[in-house]
Ligand binder design. Structure first.
Ligand code: ZN
Length: 309
C-alpha cells in the first residue's frame, strides 16, 4: 500500500463535509495550490479490505422516504467500498423519543433492511427512560425481527438499573448494545451517558457485548474509562478525525476492541475512514478495526438468524 495522502484521500469525496476542503490563505490563494507538487496518486481503498460500518443514520441526508435516504447513502458507500452498513434511528432527529416515536423510527429502518438485505443491517432504537416499552421493542425488532442489537441514545443514562432487564435480554439474544457516550466540556444533556456510565453498566453485565459510542468524544478520557472492562468495545465514529485516536485505542484496548463506524449522515465516510487509514497501525490491526471485529461480534446472532456474512 502507498503511503497515506490525506489530501488525495479526501479529494475522492464521500458526500459529506470532508470533501472539497480548500484552505484559504491571507493572499486569498488556496494553500493547497501553493504547496509544492507531491505524489498526487489518488488514494484508493485496497480492494481486499472488507469494510463494515457500525454506525449509520437515516437523518442528516435528504430524501422524502427512508428508502430514498438509504439509496443515497449506499451510493456514497459504494464509492468508498463500504460493504455493509448498520442503521439505527430514523427521522426526524429526536433527543427523547416516546415509545410511539421510537417504534415509528424503527419501522423506517425495518423498511430499508427489507429492501437491501444483503447490504444493510439494523439495531433497534430504544430509550432508557421507557425500559418496559424498550424491552418490548427488543422482542419485536430483534427476537421476532431482523435486527442485531440496540442503540441507546440520550433519553436516559445507562447507569440506570431500570434498563438491566433489557441488557440481560440482549445478552440472551447475543444482541450488541451500542450506547452513545460523550464527555462534553460544556456539560452533558440530562440523559446523556458518559464512558464512566457504560463502565458502571459493564460492572453489572460483564458478559454482554457493550459498545461505547464515539469513544466518549474526548477519546483520551473515554479509552481510559472503559479500558479495564474487556466486554466494552469502542465505536470510533462521529468525532473529529484526530491523529493518534485509533493508535491509542489499539494500544490501550487491544485491536479486537476497536470498531470502525462513520455516523453518516452526520459525518462523512471519508473523514471517518481517514482515522483508520491514516493511523500508524499494522495491516492486520486495520482489518480488525474495519470489519473483522464487527463480523466476529455479530456472528452468533447472525448464525442464529441464518444470516450470511
Ligand atoms: Zn450517531
Amino acid at each position: 500500500m502507498k503511503p497515506f495522502d490525506r489530501r488525495a484521500f479526501l479529494s475522492i469525496g464521500a458526500g459529506g463535509v470532508a470533501s472539497g476542503i480548500v484552505r484559504p490563505t491571507i493572499s486569498g490563494v488556496s494553500a493547497n495550490a501553493a504547496q509544492p507538487d507531491r505524489d498526487r496518486t489518488p488514494f484508493r481503498i485496497p480492494e481486499n479490505d472488507s469494510i463494515w460500518d457500525l454506525h449509520c443514520h437515516l437523518s442528516g441526508v435528504t430524501g422524502k422516504t427512508a428508502e430514498q435516504r438509504a439509496e443515497q447513502l449506499l451510493e456514497y458507500a459504494d464509492r468508498m467500498h463500504v460493504e455493509r452498513l448498520i442503521f439505527f434511528m430514523g427521522y426526524p432527529f429526536s433527543q427523547t423519543p416516546e415509545p410511539a416515536e421510537f417504534r415509528r423510527q424503527n419501522d423506517q429502518v425495518l423498511t430499508v433492511l427489507e429492501r437491501w438485505p444483503d447490504r444493510l443491517l439494523g439495531f433497534a432504537y430504544v430509550n432508557a427512560s421507557y425500559p418496559e416499552e424498550s424491552l418490548a421493542e427488543v422482542e419485536r425488532c430483534i427476537q421476532d425481527g431482523p435486527m442485531l442489537g440496540v442503540k441507546l441514545w440520550v433519553g436516559g443514562r445507562c447507569d440506570n438499573e431500570d434498563i438491566d432487564p433489557l441488557i440481560r435480554r440482549c445478552g440472551e439474544l447475543n444482541a450488541l448494545v451500542f450506547q452513545h457516550t460523550f464527555f462534553k466540556v460544556t456539560g452533558n444533556l440530562p440523559g446523556e451517558s458518559t464512558p464512566d456510565d457504560i463502565a458502571q453498566l459493564a460492572t453489572r453485565h460483564p458478559d454482554v457485548p457493550l459498545i461505547c459510542g464515539h469513544t466518549g468524544g474526548d477519546w483520551t478520557l473515554g479509552i481510559r474509562s472503559i479500558r479495564q472492562f474487556p466486554n466494552v468495545s469502542v465505536g470510533i465514529g462521529g468525532s473529529d478525525p484526530a491523529a493518534g485516536f485509533v493508535e491509542m485505542a489499539v494500544r490501550e484496548l487491544g485491536p479486537e476492541r476497536v470498531l470502525y463506524g462513520s455516523d453518516i449522515g452526520g459525518r462523512s465516510f471519508a473523514s471517518q475512514l481517514a482515522k483508520v487509514y491514516g493511523a500508524q497501525i499494522s495491516d492486520e490491526h486495520r482489518n480488525l478495526v474495519l470489519g473483522e471485529n464487527l463480523r466476529r461480534m455479530l456472528k452468533p446472532i447472525m448464525d442464529r438468524k441464518g444470516m450470511q456474512q
